[in-house]
Design a protein around this ligand. Structure first.
Ligand code: SAM
Length: 354
C-alpha cells in the first residue's frame, strides 16, 4: 500500500484517517481525507465523475510560461481552456460560481470563451501584492512599463436558462413572458407583491436595471398570476407544466453570495512569504502558490457547509485546505507529482475551524 510522505504539519494520526486510492504513486492516484479528494490526473478526465460543483476555482495556465505546461504567451489560451470550460458549463448549475484566476491579459483572452459558453460576468477582483513584490527586480527602463504587482480573480455565475418553444431564454425574459402570458398588465405585479411600483420596475423590467425577485416576491407573483391570470394558460411560472415553481426551487436558480463586510474588489495581501510558502530547499516549491486566506474568502462567499468545491488545477491545492477547514466537500486535480504530493500532505494536516 503506498503511503503519503509525512511533514511537520501532517501528523501520523491524521494521515491514518486519510486514504490513498489507486494503483500507487503516479498518474491515476487519489488522496482522500474526510470529504476532500485530490486526484493525481488531468482534470479533464475527471469532471464527469465529480459531484456537481457549487464553486469552481480555476487557477490554471496564465500564458506566461510560469510553470511546466503553461504556454509561453496568452495567444492560444482560450483554445487551451475551451474543453475545460465546456465541462464546467455542462456540470454547473445556476447555483455555481466560477472564480477564474489569471493575469489581466490571460483573462482578457479567455473572457469571451467563458461568456460565450453561458456564464455571466459578475466582478473582477485584483490581488494587489504591493510594492514589496517588486523586490528591486523590475527594470522598468528596459521593460518600458510600470512594474506589475497584481493578479486577478474574476467571478462568473452560471446563468439560469429557461426553455420556451424550443428556445433558451434568460430569467428576465422568462419572468416577463410568464406575466404577459397570464394576460395581466405589468402594473398589477405591484399589487401582487404588495408594493407601490418596485415589482414592475425591478422584476419585470426589460432594461438593465432588472433584479432577481427574492423568494417571497417570486412566490407572490406566481400565486397572483395563477389566481388572477387567464385560466387557459395556467399554470404560470412553472417548469414542469403542472405546478408553479416552489420558493425553495426558485432560490436555487441563482448563485449563492455571502457578502463579507469590509471586503472590496481590491485584495491587498502580500505575495506569500514565511511559513505558509512551501519550499524545496531555499526556493519556492510552486511559483504560483496562492494565499490561503484569499481561497477561504472566495469559498466562504459562494458556498455553505457541505457544498462542493472544485479545484481542477490544484498546484499545492489551497482550495483543499480551505474546504477542509470550512467544512465543504472538495475535489481537485494536479498533474505534477511533486505538487500533488505536497498538496496531499497539506490536506492531511488541515484542521477544521470550530
Ligand atoms: C497556477 S498553478 C495553481 C497554483 C495553485 N493555485 C496554488 O496555490 O498552489 C496551475 C497548476 O495546474 C496544474 N495543471 C495544468 N494542467 C492541468 C490539468 N489538465 N489537470 C490538472 N492540473 C493541471 C499545473 O501543474 C500547475 O501546478
Amino acid at each position: 500500500m503506498p503511503r503519503a510522505r509525512t511533514t511537520g504539519v501532517a501528523s501520523a494520526a491524521r494521515l491514518a484517517r486519510s486514504i490513498l486510492i489507486g494503483p500507487g504513486a503516479g498518474a491515476g492516484t487519489s488522496f482522500r481525507r474526510g470529504r476532500a479528494t485530490i486526484h493525481h490526473a488531468p482534470a479533464e478526465r475527471l469532471y464527469d465523475q465529480w459531484p456537481e460543483p457549487v464553486c469552481i476555482i480555476a487557477d490554471g495556465p496564465y500564458g506566461i510560461g510560469g510553470f511546466s505546461g503553461d504556454p509561453p504567451t496568452a495567444d492560444r489560451l482560450a483554445e487551451w481552456y475551451r474543453p475545460h470550460i465546456e465541462a464546467w458549463t455542462r456540470r454547473a448549475t445556476p447555483q455555481t460560481t466560477l472564480w477564474f484566476w489569471g493575469t489581466e491579459l490571460g483573462w482578457a483572452t479567455v473572457h469571451g470563451e467563458i461568456v460565450g459558453q453561458g456564464w455571466d460576468y459578475r466582478n473582477c477582483h485584483v490581488w494587489n501584492k504591493g510594492l514589496g513584490h517588486i523586490a528591486g527586480n523590475a527594470n522598468s527602463q528596459t521593460l518600458r512599463k510600470f512594474p506589475v504587482v497584481t493578479e486577478i480573480c474574476v467571478q462568473y455565475v452560471k446563468a439560469a436558462r429557461f426553455s420556451v418553444d424550443g428556445r433558451q431564454v434568460s430569467m428576465q425574459d422568462w419572468l416577463r413572458r410568464e406575466w404577459s402570458r397570464a394576460g395581466l398588465p405589468l402594473c398589477r405585479a405591484n399589487a401582487a407583491c404588495g408594493v407601490k411600483n418596485a415589482a414592475t420596475r425591478k422584476y419585470l423590467t426589460a432594461c438593465h436595471l432588472w433584479y432577481f425577485p427574492p423568494v417571497e416576491a417570486f412566490e407572490r407573483l406566481a400565486a397572483y398570476a395563477n389566481r388572477h391570470g387567464d385560466r387557459a394558460g395556467r399554470p404560470y411560472f412553472s417548469l414542469d407544466g403542472r405546478t408553479a415553481l416552489a420558493g425553495t426551487a426558485w432560490e436555487k436558480m441563482r448563485a449563492k453570495f455571502h457578502c463579507e463586510v469590509g471586503v472590496t474588489n481590491i485584495w491587498s495581501t502580500p505575495a506569500l512569504r514565511g511559513p505558509e510558502r512551501l519550499k524545496r530547499g531555499a526556493a519556492a516549491l510552486h511559483t504560483n502558490q496562492k494565499p490561503q486566506d484569499l481561497y477561504e474568502r472566495i469559498i466562504r462567499a459562494c458556498t455553505d457547509a457541505g457544498d462542493v468545491v472544485w479545484e481542477p488545477f490544484g498546484g499545492l491545492c489551497p482550495g483543499a485546505v480551505a474546504a477542509a477547514r470550512l467544512g465543504r466537500r472538495y475535489v481537485g486535480a494536479e498533474i505534477q507529482p511533486d505538487f500533488y504530493r505536497a498538496a496531499t500532505e497539506r490536506l492531511a494536516g488541515a484542521t477544521r475551524y470550530g
